[in-house]
Structures are given as structure tokens and as C-alpha cells.
Ligand binder design. Structure first.
Ligand code: GH3
Ligand code: MG
Ligand code: MG
Ligand code: MG
Length: 316
């Protein structure tokens, strides 16, 4: 492989659907600029290279740039590579980035310690360009494969929004965060009205298209960074709004309901509306216990009330 070729020019097709980035993002960390220079020359043609000369800078650049792989020096004055790696692995945003240690400390103890803090590989200085390139390529491929699997496991195939697994995970995280900070947490539950009749009348494929339209209407709203919008199952959707009290959550729910109404998707069997409508239940609490499921049950109860009250409405 020459320097001007993509690292993936010898594509091995291990991840169905995996898209190899044209220029994978590589972070090189070393307190000696001359060492960075050596690695930069190996990778600058095939990767987008970021550099850091201290442990703290490495953490900052990693959070900002979201690299696909890190080449990490071990011995550094402020924070050594082992500590940097521990910190990266303890944060959800950075824990999946593979770390390869590059160090002159080549004792078995050092290597063991490196692997114990979840580094994927260990390369000793002075580096051999062909070897470091081959190892980086292998770990980049594994990273891309893992990204593809993570994507498959978190996105709903029909609508492209996150699935229930992600929602349940985020609910746990945000429940704990709001409990710690004494902030309210709101949930909006959405259910398409008379959807069984829709399928029966228009067919299952049209039903699928309808669910996609509803999901797009949800996605199209302005959400805040920590909000989560998921397909909860079947024709049910759910939104999580951390640090949001009942009133703004109700306003959001009403905006969603009217947006779906305004899509005016024909539904001949919907009763009065003649179009696809949704019923929405909203609940809010400031978490005090461990029982996050109570918030979902409360939203579900409100959803039931909206159905009982004649559908195409918000309760909370
Ligand atoms: P209600 O107004 O009380 O909610 O009535 P409903 O008919 O919407 O509720 P019900 O739970 O009886 O029916 C939900 C229907 O949603 C039944 C199921 O076939 C359909 N459904 C669930 N998932 C999918 C899907 O992925 N695609 C399609 N087309 N239909 C689905
Ligand atoms: Mg060093
Ligand atoms: Mg339902
Ligand atoms: Mg329904």
C-alpha cells in the first residue's frame, strides 16, 4: 500500500452495510513533537490526523473530534497514557474509541497494564511504519464493524429513529441525572389512532409508509440536545424530555398532535376525522426513587384517557 492510497483500498468486506470512511479520523498523542511527526508522516495521506501533546489535550480533542482510533503515548508528564485511557473508557461519549499504546516501555507488566485498561493493542517505539500501519488498519476495520453493529442495534429499521432499547437506556441515565440535580423529567407517549383499521383498509405497506410519516413529523420538531425520540413499538412512539416541566411538555405534545393532524393523511376508517390522527399522553415528575417505570405508566395512563376521551387529543 502506498501513502496516497486509502487505508481501505484492500477492502475486506466484513461488516454488511459498513461504510469505510474515505479518511478515517486518527488522534496521535505524544508529549514529544518529534514522535508525533514520525506517525504523522505515516498517516497524513490516508487519515485525517489530529494531534495532542498532553493527556488533558488528548481528552479534549477526543471529545471534540470523535476520532476513529487513538495512538497514545504512555509516558507523559501531566497525565500518563494509562490514566488518559481509563478516563476515555469511563465516559460514554469516548469509551468506544479504540486506543493503541505506542511506547518505549516494552515490559510485559506495562503491556499487561495497557491491555487491562482496555487498549486494543500495544506498539513499541521506535515504530516500524509498515507494522504500525497494518495494525492501525486492522483496528480501524474492527471499529467500523462495531459502529455498524451499534447502529443496527439502536435504530428502528422502518422509521430510522432510535428504538426502544435506546429509549430505555436513556430513560435510566436521565432519570438518575434529574434525580441528582432535582430537575423535572417529562415523557410524551404517542399512539396512532385506529391503526389496525388503517392497515386493514389500505394494506400493511401503506401502514408502514404512514408510520414513517408520523416518525418524520416527530423528528422534524425542534428538540434539545438531551431529548430522545424513539419508536416504542408497533404504532407507538415516545419522547423523553429531561429538565422539562409538565407545561412545556404538554405544549410540545400539542404541537406534535396538530402537526400530524395537518399532514392530512387520508384515513377513511378513522371515525370523525377522515385523516390519520394520534392520541398523546404526557407525564412529568422530579425523580425521587429508583422507579423510572412509574413515569412511563403515568404517561400510558394519560394516553389511555386521551383514547377514552375520543382520540386525536393530548392528556396530561
Ligand atoms: P387505537 O386507536 O385504540 O390505538 O386502535 P389501534 O387499531 O391503533 O390499536 P391496536 O393496538 O388494536 O392496533 C395496532 C395496529 O398496529 C395493529 C398492528 O398490526 C399495527 N402495527 C404494528 N406495527 C406495525 C408495523 O410495523 N407496520 C404496520 N403497517 N402496522 C403495524
Ligand atoms: Mg512520552
Ligand atoms: Mg397501540
Ligand atoms: Mg393505536
Amino acid at each position: 500500500m502506498t501513502d496516497t492510497q486509502s487505508l481501505f483500498s484492500l477492502d475486506v468486506d466484513f461488516a454488511p452495510g459498513a461504510i469505510y470512511p474515505e479518511r478515517p479520523k486518527l488522534l496521535i498523542v505524544d508529549d514529544q513533537p518529534v514522535n508525533i511527526q514520525v506517525l504523522y508522516q505515516v498517516f497524513s495521506a490516508s487519515c485525517e490526523v489530529f494531534m495532542a501533546t498532553s493527556g488533558q489535550q488528548a481528552l479534549d480533542v477526543c471529545r471534540q473530534k470523535d476520532p476513529d482510533l487513538i495512538l497514545l503515548d504512555v509516558v507523559m508528564p501531566d497525565m500518563d497514557g494509562i490514566e488518559v485511557c481509563r478516563k476515555l473508557k469511563s465516559e460514554p461519549e469516548t469509551r468506544d474509541v479504540p486506543v493503541i499504546f505506542v511506547t518505549s516501555q516494552d515490559s510485559p507488566e506495562e503491556e499487561t497494564l495497557g491491555l487491562e485498561v482496555s487498549a486494543v493493542d500495544f506498539i513499541t517505539k521506535p515504530v516500524n511504519p509498515a507494522v504500525v500501519k497494518a495494525r492501525v488498519k486492522t483496528h480501524l476495520m474492527l471499529k467500523i464493524q462495531a459502529d455498524a453493529l451499534r447502529q443496527l442495534a439502536s435504530v428502528d429499521g422502518l422509521t430510522g429513529i432510535s428504538n426502544r432499547r435506546i429509549f430505555d437506556e436513556r430513560l435510566q441515565v436521565e432519570w438518575r441525572a434529574c434525580r441528582r440535580t432535582d430537575k423535572p423529567l417529562s415523557v410524551i407517549m404517542i399512539d396512532v389512532d385506529h391503526f389496525k383499521k388503517y392497515n386493514d383498509h389500505y394494506g400493511h405497506l401503506e401502514g408502514d409508509a404512514c408510520l414513517k410519516m408520523v416518525a418524520d413529523a416527530l423528528k422534524g420538531h425542534e428538540w434539545r440536545g438531551r431529548d430522545v425520540v424513539s419508536r416504542y413499538g408497533g404504532e407507538e412512539f415516545v419522547c423523553l424530555m429531561p429538565e422539562t416541566s409538565l407545561e412545556p411538555a404538554l405544549a410540545k405534545a400539542e404541537a406534535i398532535r396538530s402537526r400530524v393532524y395537518d399532514l392530512a393523511m387520508p384515513h377513511a376508517m378513522s371515525g370523525n376525522a377522515d385523516r390519520v390522527t394520534i392520541s398523546v399522553g404526557v407525564a412529568c415528575t422530579t425523580p425521587k426513587t429508583n422507579e423510572s417505570k412509574e413515569l412511563l405508566s403515568a404517561a400510558d395512563e394519560q394516553l389511555y384517557k386521551a383514547k377514552e376521551g375520543g382520540r386525536n387529543r393530548v392528556e396530561g
